[in-house]
Design a protein around this ligand. Structure first.
Ligand code: SF4
Length: 463
């Protein structure tokens, strides 16, 4: 096997728009992590298809396997190396196949991925996904290759072909990177500084999606409410997220607009008003709390207090009736006392989130919080706190869902339920899962009466 080659930063970003060279070959994409990664995977799949490939049912049948990695939590790292170990045996059974590793763990760990899994053909980072075909060509010709750029070259890629998982819904990237310095978070170092796409480019993409039959778009960014700050031109105010939301909501054919994630410190009334005044913008908000303790929030560098968080949430709910709110919470941040944790429980009780993504703190090498080893919390204590939070939030989620029983609403079908093909899985405007008996084709709206509620979903009958 030849040595990995670091190609360095290409001075000119060449697009691989060329005749398909892998006609008839098959690809498989495995994605870890967040919606940003899922969206990137759709672009990778789009590039593979532009190169003549089609999807394989399993890794064993694939000529090219792409693993899109995440590094946000320790668990994701462990799963990655487990997956790469398994893929070695797949590759041994099919020596002509190619294995590509991209995404955040590849960006952060660069040499580590190759050291621990030398059978990987291509390692690429988060800033050069569009180079994947050129790098595959290189690997086929010369052997394993690694290309990690420290920062993006040029503007946010917007013109990559994309293969969507759902025909009626699409993600639209409006911004990459993050300028914040949350002490637990690795994102700024793997995704770089904040870069906004120009509004005209976003709107053009949304129009093209609508022309392609897309009804619902989700605008993606690490901190959407600071969208546009980097686009200020001399003497003119920069584009702002609230304006973009209104413009996207006005695109003909787009029935639903969602976005993720805003930052509580930057959440202003203009976004609430844009949501309230733009019919297509859904009543859904993901507002990450992280902790309810003023002291811990300060140590996390979150830039808000629990009181400010609750005020902003109340402001959003005042302007947007029926707002469905989800959040993220970290349990066991270094130095978290029982009193700090109790403050989190208090805020959760008061905020009454509809759902919450709850995580146990795991130190990410390279972050400030990873250096606080002396203050790491006993895992048994963290586990016990986590269970208390889970019990509290589960009860609230169920009660919030029960509040919808008896109401009639319009829901959008996502196709047959995975568990029961005689049922259809639908999504409310607030983003709640809603299961109904019967068959509603994917991408079709139907009126539903809600007649049951569980912790994570509603059940209903077609009207
Ligand atoms: S806002 Fe904080 S948690 Fe979110 S991506 Fe930026 S640094 Fe990470």
């Amino acid at each position: 096997m030849s040595q990995p080659v670091a190609l360095g930063t290409p001075s000119v970003r060449t697009q691989e728009w060329r005749r398909p060279t892998r006609e008839g070959k098959r690809y498989f994409v495995r994605t870890f992590g967040c919606q940003m990664n899922e969206h990137d995977s759709e672009r990778i799949a789009g590039l593979f298809e532009a190169d003549g490939m089609r999807p394989a049912e399993s890794v064993g049948e694939a000529d090219v396997v792409f693993v899109n990695t995440c590094t946000i939590r320790e668990n994701a790292d462990n799963r990655l190396y487990g997956t790469l170990g398994h893929l070695k045996s797949v590759k041994d059974a099919s020596p002509g196949s190619r294995l590509v590793v991209g995404g955040c763990a590849a960006q952060k760990d660069r040499d580590l991925v190759r050291d621990r899994a030398p059978w990987v053909d291509v390692v690429l980072g988060t800033h050069n996904l569009d180079r994947i075909l050129a790098l595959l060509d290189h690997a086929e010709e010369w052997g394993p290759v690694t290309e990690i750029l420290d920062e993006p070259v040029g503007a946010v890629a917007s013109d990559l072909p994309t293969r969507r998982e759902q025909q009626h819904a699409a993600w639209v990237s409006i911004q990459t990177g993050c300028n914040n310095t949350c002490t637990f978070c690795i994102v700024p170092s793997v995704r770089g500084q904040e870069i906004s796409r120009r509004p005209g480019d976003v709107i053009r993409e949304v129009r093209a999606l609508a022309a392609d039959g897309v009804l619902e778009v989700t605008l993606l960014g690490q901190n959407v409410n600071t969208y546009g700050r980097d686009l200020a031109l001399d003497g003119k105010r920069s584009p702002i997220f609230a304006d973009l939301l209104r413009r996207v909501g006005e695109v003909d054919g787009i029935e639903r607009v969602r976005f993720t994630s805003p930052h509580p410190a930057d959440m202003k009334e203009d976004v609430a008003l844009a949501m309230a005044e733009t019919p297509a913008v859904c009543e859904q908000l993901h507002l990450p709390l992280q902790s309810g303790s003023r002291r811990i929030l300060s140590r996390m560098h979150r830039g808000y207090t629990p009181e400010r968080f609750l005020e902003r949430l109340a402001m959003m709910r005042e302007h947007v009736p029926d707002l469905t709110v989800s959040t993220d919470i970290i349990v066991g941040f270094p130095g978290e006392t029982e009193e700090d944790f109790q403050a989190t429980l208090d805020v959760v009780g008061e905020a009454r989130f509809d759902s919450a993504f709850m995580f146990i703190f795991s130190p990410r090498p390279g972050t400030a919080a990873a250096g606080l080893e002396d203050e790491f919390i006993d895992p048994d204590v963290v586990q016990e706190r986590f269970q208390r939070l889970l019990a509290l939030q589960s009860g609230i989620s169920r009660e919030q869902n029960e509040g919808w029983v008896g109401r009639e609403l319009s829901a959008l079908s996502e196709g047959p339920s995975e568990k029961d093909p005689n049922r259809t899985t639908m999504r409310t405007r607030g983003g709640r899962l809603l299961h109904v008996d019967g068959d509603v084709p994917e991408g079709t709206f139907a009126d539903v009466r809600v007649d049951g509620a569980a912790t994570f979903y509603l059940t209903g009958s077609l009207l």
